[in-house]
Design a protein around this ligand. Structure first.
Ligand code: S3P
Length: 172
């Protein structure tokens, strides 16, 4: 049995909701790196960015990766920028399989358009921002992924099912 299932992907692709679904399906625990950071810091992500800036947030994210990579039997939903620091992925891969939840810019836009809690998306032209950031990051998501699941046209339930099926075929 593999120890952890690590979900990576862009903001708004459904990592948290799909992760919770997978964890109950496969009887794993679930943890979300952003929740972990917020609990430790006693602040919301947006507040951390606002008060201390993105670099400080990335340090907290790296600390979270160090701690959480020691866990066993978890589905780990990560923040979309976890791949910005190669060490995070190196740590999480030691004890887990990395699944990239791929989604289109339009779907991501649709999923995030009414939510202001993501500082990196709070710009005048959100769709353009998503397209730019995704273009930058997509090569990294693909490079680090052991498995890729396209969730663009899937509901949370069907996406989770697709991930579980793939994991069962390939690994479990
Ligand atoms: C970020 C993604 C967010 C959160 C922070 C930065 C990113 O997590 O960690 O706002 O750089 O992509 P979600 O992917 O869960 O939205």
């Amino acid at each position: 049995m593999i120890n952890n299932i690590v979900l990576i992907g862009f903001m708004g692709c459904g990592k948290t909701a799909i992760g919770k679904n997978i964890s109950s399906e496969l009887k794993y625990e679930h943890i979300d790196t952003d929740d972990y950071i917020e609990k430790k810091a006693g602040m919301k992500i947006a507040e951390i960015f606002d008060k201390f800036g993105e670099d400080y947030f990335r340090k907290l994210e790296n600390e979270a990766a160090k701690q959480i990579s020691e866990y066993e039997g978890y589905v780990i939903s990560t923040g979309g920028g976890i791949i910005k620091n190669e060490e995070n992925i190196f740590l999480l891969k030691k004890n887990g399989i990395v699944v990239y939840l791929k989604s289109s810019p339009n779907k991501i836009f649709k999923n995030t358009k009414n939510n202001m809690s993501r500082p990196l998306l709070n710009t005048d032209d959100r769709l353009k921002r998503i397209e730019q950031l995704l273009q930058e990051r997509e090569p990294l998501y693909l490079k680090y992924a052991d498995l890729v699941v396209d969730t663009t046209n899937e509901s949370v339930q069907t996406a989770a099912k697709a991930v579980c099926e793939l994991l069962k075929q390939k690994i479990l």
